[in-house]
Write a protein that binds this ligand. Structure first.
Ligand SMILES: *Cc1c(COP(=O)(O)O)cnc(C)c1O
Length: 376
């Protein structure tokens, strides 16, 4: 029997549909000869600022840099602590160490996989300078209580919105919920370039000015360097591609949301073998991932693969247990919900062009596999 593999993520269909439009703008950039920053970058900066409902957006090389630059703009450095989640991509905590500061982890809410705001205040010390929540899998972290702890202790809030462009929290777009937000245009994100790309958003003109300086080696005037920055600029090619793609982001988000609802409705497995992702009240989830919890996760993933269905584990290890952070002194058991999630979380195929018939096959195979395991 011919059984085509269902990928976890694919750009083939989307790129085929947009080929003409994208080729045209790519040629324009090639002929124009402006490859770094310039008009195309200014244009996508305006578009992203508008999408996020903020005054400023600054294009940079990738979101890992965006996080580092956000921290530097807030003057986070040696001796400072930054509170964040251990259940995220490495870059979130890596950026804190690059800035010279110390990541202080806080466990997650098991329903949403996002940082648990009720645990943040206990982690605040006189060294704390910022809170760095992540909007994981496309759902905003519970920002109101986070911002209120930050206000009380005079801390900056930096959103890691790499997975959540277009998401909203109580009607407000991510990117407008803290002092600065960071976005990624890595090709697999909800708005992806044809290479690396990133963006910061803010409403604060002073932070904006600092970020613009930091991305070009800390200079406003050429060859006059006021602060120590780095080279982190968005390419004109990526910017032009993003300006084409951003027009479709709303439709793609609708498709992701309807696939999310599809999984929720169709994946009714007897005995509660699956725990679906919880959508918080007031959250507009953009389903960067549809991440369920299953018992025997690794075996289930293997069996799915044998039946031609790709799935992904984000993330197989909690950041507090990464070898590089050994010096921080954390140990297994420190963040039980994060650690449990590293054993249970499984992300199912999710991209706007996934056909409902393909989703049906994912559901059918997964239900069949889980039958042999019984209840949780
Ligand atoms: C992808 C991602 C990043 C890093 O983005 P890059 O553009 O690849 O540097 C940071 N944080 C989270 C949560 C991400 O998913």
């Amino acid at each position: 029997m011919l059984c085509l593999m269902i990928p976890g993520f694919s750009l083939t269909r989307q790129n085929a549909e947009l080929e003409e439009e994208l080729t045209e703008v790519i040629l324009e950039v090639v002929r124009g000869g402006q490859f770094i920053l310039g008009e195309n970058v200014t244009k996508i900066e305006k578009e992203i600022a508008e999408l996020c409902g903020v005054k400023y957006a600054i294009g940079v090389a990738n979101c890992s840099d965006a996080l580092y630059l956000a921290l530097r703009a807030c003057d986070v450095g040696p001796g400072d602590e930054v509170i964040t989640t251990p259940f995220t991509f490495f870059a979130t905590a890596g950026a804190i160490v690059h800035a010279g500061a110390t990541p202080v982890f806080c466990d997650i809410n098991p329903c949403t996989f996002n940082i648990d705001p009720s645990k943040i205040e206990d982690a605040v010390t006189e060294r704390t300078k910022a809170i760095l929540p992540v909007h994981l899998y496309g759902q905003a972290a519970d920002m109101d209580p986070i911002v209120s702890v930050a206000k009380k202790h005079d801390l900056y809030v930096i959103e890691d919105a790499a997975q959540a462009i277009g998401a909203r929290y109580k009607g407000r777009p991510v990117g407008s919920l803290g002092d600065i937000a960071c976005f990624s245009f890595f090709p697999t994100k909800n708005l992806g370039a044809f290479g690396d790309g990133g963006m910061l958003t803010t409403d604060d003109p002073e932070l904006e000015e600092r970020i613009r300086m930091l991305r070009v080696h800390g200079s406003k005037k050429k060859y006059h360097h006021e602060i120590l920055g780095c080279n982190s600029r968005l390419d004109a090619l990526q910017a032009a591609i993003l300006s084409v793609k951003v027009k479709y982001l709303g439709d793609w988000t609708d498709a992701r949301r309807s696939l999310g609802e599809g999984y929720r409705e169709k994946l009714n497995v007897a005995g509660n073998a699956i725990i679906h992702p919880t959508v918080m009240e007031g959250a507009y989830h953009v389903y960067h991932q549809y991440t369920i919890r299953v018992p025997h996760r690794d075996a289930v993933q293997e069996q799915l693969k044998a039946r031609g269905i790709a799935s992904t584990v984000y993330y197989p290890s909690s950041l507090h247990l990464q070898p590089v952070f050994k010096n921080l002194g954390y140990k297994p058991g420190d963040f039980p919900e994060s650690e449990k999630s590293t054993r249970e979380a499984l992300s199912l195929p999710m991209f706007p062009e996934l056909e409902p018939s393909e989703q049906d096959r994912v559901v059918e195979e997964l239900c069949d596999i889980l039958k042999s395991y019984g209840d949780r």
